[in-house]
Every structure is written in structure tokens, then in C-alpha cells.
Ligand binder design. Structure first.
Ligand code: PMP
Length: 346
């Protein structure tokens, strides 16, 4: 029998998939890590597992500890699921602005979900601060009863990507990877993969693919946190430098508008059978830019972070797309002439 023991044993080791259209357009091999194939549906299963394993090793959690996290959704889904499989319960704090599908997936984990209105990081009502206060309150009542995963500033996140995601990319490309590019939410994926790849090949080129409205691209290129525009993508972009992002070995950054990333997602579904989420579109747009910069014949790797089904009422909804001034391909118009069911359009 060939059997895996549990949830943790099927996190990671994702396929590296050739993106045909992007490769043909650039003369490079553009390859995507199929992270939506993780058991909880996103790359953040890795983060959740990495943070929890680190806490277990350090004796910060024991059976019965409540896991607490503030998250745009995917880390909460991963943490609640891996936690359930290891005997922990979870409380997840998330902004109510996230996609209905993602929040439903979060509720289905059995975690206690606390939704808060979206707020700037400087606001004490930002979901990260709310979750941190919640942990403090639980531990004041019953010392040691709650653990804060703290994905943004707990660098076990970055270290886990260096030890797993980067090593997989290195081995799957037989060391032929010339460039790596992805977006940053916590920055754990980008900084960790950069650490892992640069340790093996110092001249590998690392790029940040940043959605419009995030301050990180300008920070990487000009040293100043400055944002312009906005994006419908979720879980990526930032107004601050997290501990995971700090001193990441990044060579350059691209600011990607939705008008560049979203049409890539529509074409991928129609031509390559891949239904991917918004951050994957931003990542592939960045991979195409990096490939053009490197020139034909190079190998560029990026992250296919989660599936488009998690955002169908936005990304594949003609009404929503039009409300955002984004192009609607003819096949999508034919498939959903009146929009995807119950479109969240004001
Ligand atoms: N893509 C998606 C879909 C995500 O949920 C996240 C994390 N919120 C990211 C990308 C960013 O990954 P990281 O936190 O490692 O920077």
C-alpha cells in the first residue's frame, strides 16, 4: 500500500506546471507551482503547517490549546484544518471584505470565525490587532490556553518556505531555475523561496509581483512605502514591511494592474484548463515581465496560489468585472449573461 498518514503529509510536494501560453509569449519556460492542489486549497497550508510545527517543537502548544490567527482567509483555512487533524481547535479573525466563497470555506473548517470590518493596519480594529488582543484575553483568563500563529511577523513562516517550497523548486528544475517571482502578503513565500534559492544559486533573479494599491513595489525599487491605485486581488499587497518581508533578497519589483492580471486568468481557464485565483494572475503577469527582462531561453518559476473557484463571484462574473472596468471575455458573457449567482455588486 502507498498511504500518507494525515493532513500534514499531503501538504506541499506540489507539481511544477508549464504555463504554455506565457512560455510561448516570452520564449522562456514559465513554470507554476500548483499550490491550489494543497489539501486546504492554497499555498497557505504550508504556512499554517510550518508555523504549527515550529510551535510544537518549541512547546508553545499542547493538546487542547486554541490556535488563533488573523488572516485574509487562506491561512485560517489551512490552520483550522491542520489543527483539527492534530487535536487543536481554532479561532480565526478575518476581514468581512474577503470573497464569500473563501469565507464559506473558512466556516466549513469548523473553526470559530470572527469577521471584522476592513481597517488600515494602523487602526486598532485591524484584524491582526483584534486577533492579538483576543489571544491576550484568552491567556489572561487561562494562561497558556491560546497560541497566536502571527503569520506576518513570525519568521517560522519564511523559514518553512526556504526549507520546503524553495527546495522543491530547486529539485524540480534540476537547478536550472533562473528567476523566481511572486506576490507578497506576509512575504513568507517570496522571502523564504529567495533565501532557499539564493543559497544554492546566488545569481538567481528574484522579483516581487505587487498588485496595484500595495506599497511594496515602490519600497523594493525606491526604498519608500508608497501606494497607488487599487486591485480586486485578495491576500496580497501590503502597506508595511513585515518581519517576514524585512531584508528579503529581492532584486526588483513590478506593480501589476488588474487590467494586466485578470485577462491572464480568463485565458488560462479557456486555453489551458486552469481556474486560478487573483494572486496567481498577478504572479503570472510578473513572471512574464521577468521573462522579458531575462530574455528568451530562461527558466522562470512562480506560484499558482489558490483556485479561481474561491473568487468565482468576482473574477468570473461579467457584472462584477464590468463594475470594475475590467474586460469581459465573450465566452464568460455567454456562460453567465446575468452574472454568477447572487453577484456581490452594489
Ligand atoms: N496568494 C494568496 C491566494 C494568499 O492567500 C496569500 C496569503 N495571504 C498570498 C498569495 C501571499 O503569500 P505570503 O503570505 O506568503 O506572502
Amino acid at each position: 500500500m502507498h498511504v500518507r498518514a494525515d493532513f500534514a503529509a499531503i501538504v506541499g510536494h506540489t507539481p511544477l506546471l508549464r504555463l504554455r501560453r506565457a512560455s510561448a509569449a516570452t520564449g522562456c519556460e514559465i513554470l507554476g507551482k500548483a499550490e491550489w492542489m494543497n489539501p486546504g486549497g492554497s499555498i497557505k497550508d504550508r504556512t499554517a503547517l510550518g508555523l504549527l510545527l515550529d510551535a510544537e517543537r518549541k512547546g508553545l502548544v499542547q493538546p487542547g490549546t486554541t490556535l488563533v490567527e488573523g488572516t485574509a482567509g487562506n491561512t485560517g483555512i489551512g490552520l483550522a484544518l491542520v489543527g483539527a487533524s492534530r487535536g487543536y481547535s481554532s479561532i480565526i479573525v478575518a476581514p468581512n471584505s474577503q470573497s464569500a466563497e473563501k469565507l464559506d470555506a473558512l466556516r466549513l473548517t469548523g473553526a470559530e470565525v470572527r469577521l471584522v470590518p476592513p481597517a488600515k493596519f494602523a487602526d486598532p480594529n485591524h484584524y491582526v490587532h483584534v486577533s492579538e488582543r483576543l489571544v491576550a484575553a484568552l491567556n489572561a483568563k487561562a494562561p497558556g490556553s491560546a497560541w497566536f500563529a502571527n503569520q506576518f511577523d513570525n519568521t517560522a513562516n519564511r523559514d518553512y518556505h526556504a526549507a520546503t517550497t524553495a527546495v522543491e523548486i530547486w529539485e524540480q528544475t534540476d537547478g536550472a531555475v533562473d528567476g523566481f517571482v511572486c506576490s507578497a502578503g506576509t512575504g513568507g513565500t517570496l522571502a523564504g523561496v529567495a533565501d532557499g534559492l539564493k543559497a544554492r544559486k546566488p545569481d538567481v533573479r528574484i522579483a516581487l509581483s505587487d498588485p496595484a494599491g500595495s506599497a511594496l513595489a515602490n519600497f523594493v525599487n525606491h526604498g519608500e512605502l508608497k501606494a497607488e491605485g487599487n486591485s480586486i486581488s485578495e491576500g496580497i499587497g501590503s502597506s508595511r514591511v513585515t518581519a517576514n518581508f524585512k531584508d528579503a533578497k529581492i532584486d526588483t519589483a513590478y506593480s501589476i494592474p488588474d487590467t494586466e492580471s485578470v485577462p491572464l486568468l480568463h485565458a488560462l481557464l479557456l486555453e489551458e484548463g486552469l481556474c486560478l485565483g487573483g494572486s496567481s494572475g498577478v504572479n503570472i503577469a510578473g513572471a512574464i515581465r521577468l521573462a522579458h527582462e531575462l530574455g528568451p531561453g530562461h527558466v522562470v518559476v512562480t506560484i499558482l496560489a489558490d483556485a479561481g473557484t474561491r473568487y468565482a463571484k468576482k473574477l468570473f462574473n461579467p457584472l462584477f468585472l464590468r463594475s470594475q472596468g475590467l474586460p469581459v471575455p465573450a465566452w464568460l458573457e455567454r456562460a453567465f449573461p446575468a452574472g454568477v449567482s447572487a453577484p456581490p455588486v452594489a
